[in-house]
Design a protein. Structure first.
Length: 254
């Protein structure tokens, strides 16, 4: 499901949190920082390399917004080219990173080795399908399209009003003591230290309030609290729970 971390200007990264997120999302890592009038990015398939580079750069450039991303692949190959963040339309002044699974219109076609987020950044979002992201209409359109997903966008392009945008911010959560926003709970030490008992108040993967769930699967993202996999790739024996979630998807898509 990925781990997306956003740092306010002046916020120092929590290295332990980044490592925890990388353990749960091992398919590639990347970062972006606004450094004066440019954006500095980096990508690596090795978590410690990416975290070390990011921490060093953040010490040198603490005053701008920044992001760090660890990938859990659902679409596309496990390659460096599919590590977030991605430039938007090939313009190095604007980059984005994403948490979740995007709608089918940006899923890769057969033979396309790109991830859904990379396709969105390269092909879909540059067409401004929702209008200006500085308008309420554009922001709401993008967030409706995202559903429960989240995007962080950093830019030094003067065409944008701001240098950092956090879409579906309320679906993640802030650590107010550090000035860091997390897309889900993968950064916690006890991320996997629970067993589903029918009484979880929120999804440990996407962070949604999901106290009314009918089984182990999150109503929003399909994460299974029993085997810690996204639907339909469950390894747990609760076939009845799988069927309930499949039926729910059928109703929503009807």
């Amino acid at each position: 499901m990925c781990m997306l971390t956003f740092l306010k200007p002046g916020a120092a990264p929590d290295i332990t949190a980044l490592r925890n997120g990388a353990l749960s999302n091992p398919h590639g890592h990347g970062y972006a920082l606004i450094t004066a009038d440019t954006i500095t990015t980096g990508h690596s398939l090795d978590a410690e390399t990416a975290i070390g580079e990011f921490a060093a750069l953040r010490c040198e450039y603490p005053d701008g917004p920044a992001l760090f991303h660890s990938r859990y692949a659902t679409h596309g190959q496990h390659t460096l080219d599919n590590c977030h963040p991605f430039t938007v339309g090939g313009d190095e002044r604007t980059v984005l990173a994403h948490n979740g699974i995007l709608p089918p219109n940006v899923h890769p076609a057969p033979g396309d080795e790109r991830s859904d987020t990379r396709i969105a950044a390269e092909d879909f979002l540059p067409t401004a399908p929702f209008g200006s992201l500085d308008s309420w209409t554009g922001r709401e359109g993008l967030e409706r399209w995202l559903g429960s997903d989240k995007i962080v966008l950093l830019t030094v392009d003067p065409a944008y009003r701001h240098r950092a945008y956090l879409f579906n911010e309320a679906r993640g959560h802030w650590d107010t003591d550090t000035g860091i926003w997390y897309s889900n709970h993968d950064y916690l030490d006890d991320r996997w230290g629970y067993v589903y008992d029918g009484e979880l108040d929120y999804c440990f993967c996407c962070g949604e309030d999901d106290s009314e769930r009918l089984g182990p699967h999150c109503t929003y993202c399909g994460f299974c609290a029993d085997c810690h996999q996204l639907f339909p790739h469950c390894a747990c024996p609760d076939l009845a729970g799988h069927q309930r979630y499949a039926d729910l998807l059928d109703l929503e898509n009807a």
